[in-house]
Design a protein around this ligand. Structure first.
Ligand SMILES: *Cc1c(COP(=O)(O)O)cnc(C)c1O
Length: 465
């Protein structure tokens, strides 16, 4: 008999595997059609390899396959990178009050665009307008998908077919393909660059203004700093110039904060209220950077300009849904009591976390890691520096504490990479960074220590050769 035919004979039928006790639990949990697909896949795999096996083994394989497929792709991770607002790890953690508000909005019909007073159609921005005005001192406010959308909508509304004047020192690229010149062209605006990379003067702006000007844009250089022989024109002077020429001054603050960061022991970062007070007609900023809310973009400023933004058909394509609006409202409310922020808003809780707390975390996890990794590795706690992330306060770092793991003896690099990979494959992936022959885990964002230890118990550390 042909060898392939012989091995085919040895494979059980799909039905036989489905009836196996070893699959009963998974069958009940994941349903028949998913189970059939998993069994077929397992048998096809075995057929390709020319192998055989008994019914129970195939059933167990299929059950494991179903279990693995049921894992969400968007997984919680331990962010031990030391970057608190990590764009690739989802930026700000949401406050409990905002999570509750989102849950209510998800489960219920809500008065999203419905004026309960008059029983008429309302406007969704209305829900957060007063809070935004109160917290920023602006006349009016609107809310869109993210700050990139805020900038896009603003440029499209006021500079379509016109010049958007911006300093060469502020033509920023934010990670993930947000480049100011590209956004401008997509918005239909003509980029009119003025000045040089390090120095831009008043006369540069004056020379650029004409009847083709749509707006002057000031961009907070949030993710880098130009130092040395530099010159920029302040927002106050620019506002005066813009108003003289009857064009709006738009200030893209990027992160934008609603409170003075020095209260958390951080360096001062321009607040939205300051930008408004300096005379910007519109200020744009993110919801999920220092503000500590969900992904959104805000535009605050003069009433007649906000009205124009809201009339732009693009606004409809960039608007936010009820879930995020619920989160934004609850998050903004926390700012009415700034003293409670470090306690109630995870972003500030983490940024202001006392070193003593990180030391306490280290005291618990260093022995556990030593125990788990054995003699081949060296585990110790070391001082390190965390950063805010998402471009906020780019050159400032926060004194922090890390667990450093290095390898005793030769061949350390490869082993460390293997360990780092293994940690990223745990049920809750652990994400750190490799720095100078050591794997560093910044403890600033590690709050669930018990969860970390349970997770660690499942690790099989790679062994030195
Ligand atoms: C982050 C940032 C943006 C983009 O904001 P998103 O909320 O990420 O869309 C735009 N401008 C500046 C100056 C920024 O820092």
């Amino acid at each position: 008999m042909d060898k392939a035919v012989a091995s085919l004979r040895k494979l059980p039928s799909v039905d036989e595997v489905l009836r196996s006790d070893a699959l009963a639990g998974a069958l009940a949990q994941f349903g028949r059609s998913a189970a059939v697909a998993a069994v077929r896949a397992v048998l096809a795999e075995a057929r390709k390899q020319g192998g055989a096996g008994d019914v129970t083994a195939f059933a167990a394989d299929a059950a494991a396959r179903l279990e693995a497929e049921a894992q969400p792709n968007l997984k919680p991770v331990f962010n031990l990178t030391g970057t608190v607002l990590h764009t690739n790890l989802g930026r700000a953690l949401i406050a409990e009050a905002a999570i509750e508000a989102a849950t209510v909005a998800m489960r219920n019909a809500v008065a999203l665009e419905f004026d309960l007073g008059g029983g008429r159609r309302g406007e969704r921005d209305e829900l957060v307008r007063d809070l935004l005005c109160e917290l920023t001192g602006a006349e009016d406010a609107t809310i869109v998908n993210n700050n990139a959308a805020a900038v896009l909508l603003t440029l499209n509304t006021f500079a379509k077919g016109k010049d958007a004047i911006v300093s060469r020192g502020e033509l920023i690229e934010i990670g993930g393909a947000f480049r100011m010149p590209d956004i401008m062209s997509r918005a239909g605006a003509r980029l009119h660059e003025v000045g040089t990379t390090n120095r831009t003067h008043m006369k540069d702006y004056v020379g650029a203004l004409s009847d083709k000007s749509g707006l002057i844009l000031k961009v907070h250089t949030s993710n880098y700093r130009i130092e040395g022989f530099t010159k920029e024109v302040g927002a106050r002077e620019l506002a005066a110039l813009a108003h003289e020429h009857k064009v709006p001054l738009v200030n893209d603050l990027g992160s934008g904060t609603l409170v003075d960061l020095t209260r958390f022991g951080l360096k001062h970062e321009p607040t939205v209220a300051e930008a408004v007070a300096e005379g910007a007609d519109l200020v744009t900023f993110s919801g999920d950077k220092l503000l500590g809310g969900p992904q959104t973009g805000f535009i605050v400023g003069r009433k007649e300009l906000i009205e124009k933004l809201n009339k732009n058909p693009m606004k409809r394509a960039l608007r936010v849904d009820k879930i995020r609006l619920a989160m934004v409202e609850a998050t903004l409310r926390l700012y009415r009591d700034p003293d409670s922020l470090a306690h109630k808003l995870p972003t500030y809780r983490l940024l202001a976390r006392p070193l003593a707390e990180m030391q306490e975390v280290a005291r618990r996890i260093v022995p556990a890691l030593k125990d788990k990794l054995g003699d081949g590795y060296k585990v110790e706690s070391v001082p390190c520096a965390s950063q805010v992330g998402s471009g906020a306060l780019p050159v400032e770092s926060l004194p922090s504490l890390a667990v450093s793991i290095s390898v005793n003896g030769r061949g350390g690099g490869r082993l460390l990479t293997a360990l780092s990979n293994a940690l990223r494959k745990l049920p809750v992936p652990v994400v750190g960074r490799i720095e100078k022959d050591a794997l560093l885990f910044d403890l600033r964002c590690l709050e669930n220590v018990d969860g970390f230890l349970t997770n660690l118990a499942t690790l099989h550390p790679p062994e030195a050769a």
